[in-house]
Design a binder for this molecule. Structure first.
Ligand SMILES: *Cc1c(COP(=O)(O)O)cnc(C)c1O
Length: 399
């Protein structure tokens, strides 16, 4: 059996044909397929507005800009995330801080958020924005987070890069029921792919309008947005703010649209694989993913934790068996760039303790039961060798 990656896209002939159809058509970018993909994702999630962009990092950047994050502001996120969730604030010149994670879900902890908000409120150093990250596809406790955010006048961007297709309190992640905006990633390791791509969702029409401007150079052809009051010439446009080229192509959105028709199949395959792992690994000395009662995750990642002293050896055993084990995530605040900004090991002990024992196992819709059982067998063999080893040590010390 060949190498089993930790994640992999699922591409069918239907996907290929949809891309070819756009390639041989009239619009390669900024055409009707982008709009169709936006509408389809908005409808799937139950949100009013969707804005497709080049990638999720770009989505996070313009989400911060739309909320007017800038120098002097502070943005809080989880230390257990990909770099982009923090970097987006730095692009805007804002400071970043972190809220430590929950020991069970590994998500930004709502209780710690509460005490951190309480402790900074009197000093007047509240964040402008909080970016909770739905780690592994499981929603954060958004109801609690949104209540706190409203109480302190803080905006909320959900980093839902892992979480398309999942549900929270009976609503699809991305509905923005408890946030100002949510963002998805369509990178190939994520649950739905466009090659590279991202999407912003919001129920706020003013934010949606700003995001569309920021996606494309801050330019508009809409008279209502322009400063001129004269009927514009047919070629006329105005740049009314500083935007970027964060557009996505129709080629990518064609793939996104056909992928979306299979999203529910992807999610049920992932849930079935998670259930199988949970059951097959139940009796081993490791922790399988915890599912919060408010959440029905789409499961982007399957993460186990083991004793820190065993992590490297188990990781190596998996890699030696051609299994693409991985680790998500090195806590962002420990990166040299963030250490240069004043953070250090020890600042967020929950995220650090989790990281010391974490291993991500392969999980993707096309993974076969045989591949999954191979992963399980390698882990079982690892722990039975460990227990034989420790019995030998015990025998040696008693004789
Ligand atoms: C992948 C990822 C991103 C960035 O997505 P891109 O589309 O690669 O820019 C942001 N946040 C999280 C949590 C991610 O996993």
């Amino acid at each position: 059996m060949s190498f089993i990656p930790y994640g992999r896209q699922s591409i069918t002939q239907q996907d290929v044909q949809a891309v070819v159809d756009v390639l041989t058509g009239d619009d390669l970018t900024t055409g009707p397929t982008v709009t169709a993909f936006e509408q389809a994702v908005a409808e799937y999630c139950g949100a009013q507005h969707a804005i497709a962009v080049a990638n999720c990092t770009a989505a996070l950047h313009i989400a911060c800009l739309a909320l007017e994050v800038g120098p002097g502001d502070s943005v809080w996120t989880s230390p257990n995330t990909f770099l982009a969730s923090a970097n987006c604030a730095r692009y805007c010149g804002a400071a970043v801080d972190f809220v430590d994670t929950d020991p069970q879900t590994y998500n930004l902890c709502a209780k710690q958020l509460k005490s951190k908000l309480e402790s900074v409120a009197s000093a007047g150093t509240l964040p402008k924005v909080i970016i909770p990250v739905h780690f592994a596809g499981q929603s954060c406790e958004m109801r609690e987070i949104k209540t706190l955010a409203d109480q302190y006048g803080v905006a909320v961007i959900e980093d839902a890069a892992h979480a398309i297709g999942g549900e929270y309190l009976g609503e699809k992640v991305g509905s923005c029921q408890y946030s100002d905006m949510a963002v998805f990633s369509f990178h190939p390791v994520k649950t739905l792919t466009t090659g590279e791509g991202g999407m912003l969702l919001t129920n706020n029409p003013e934010l949606a309008e700003k995001l569309r401007l920021l996606r494309c150079h801050g330019m508009t052809r809409d008279l209502e947005q322009m400063q001129t009051t004269q009927a514009p010439e047919p070629w006329f446009y105005e740049q009314i703010t500083l935007g970027y080229n964060y557009r996505i192509t129709d080629i990518q959105c064609a793939l996104g649209l056909t992928q979306l028709t299979r999203l529910d199949d992807f999610i049920s395959a992932r849930r079935a694989q998670v259930a199988h792992y949970n059951q097959a690994l139940a009796d081993l000395p490791l922790t399988t993913p915890y599912q919060h009662g408010d959440s029905n995750p789409g499961w982007h990642l399957y993460v186990i934790t083991v004793a820190p002293k065993q992590r490297r050896a188990l990781f190596d055993a998996l890699r030696n068996a051609q299994i693409g084990a991985n680790v998500h995530y090195i806590p962002v605040h420990t990166q040299p760039y963030y250490q240069d900004l004043g953070f250090a090991w020890g600042d967020f002990p929950q995220a650090e303790a989790y990281y010391q024992g974490a291993i991500t196992l392969p999980l993707f819709p096309a993974m076969t039961r045989a591949q999954q059982d191979k992963v399980v067998a390698v882990i079982q063999a690892f722990f039975s060798a460990q227990s034989v080893g420790s019995q030998q040590i015990a025998a040696q010390t008693t004789t």
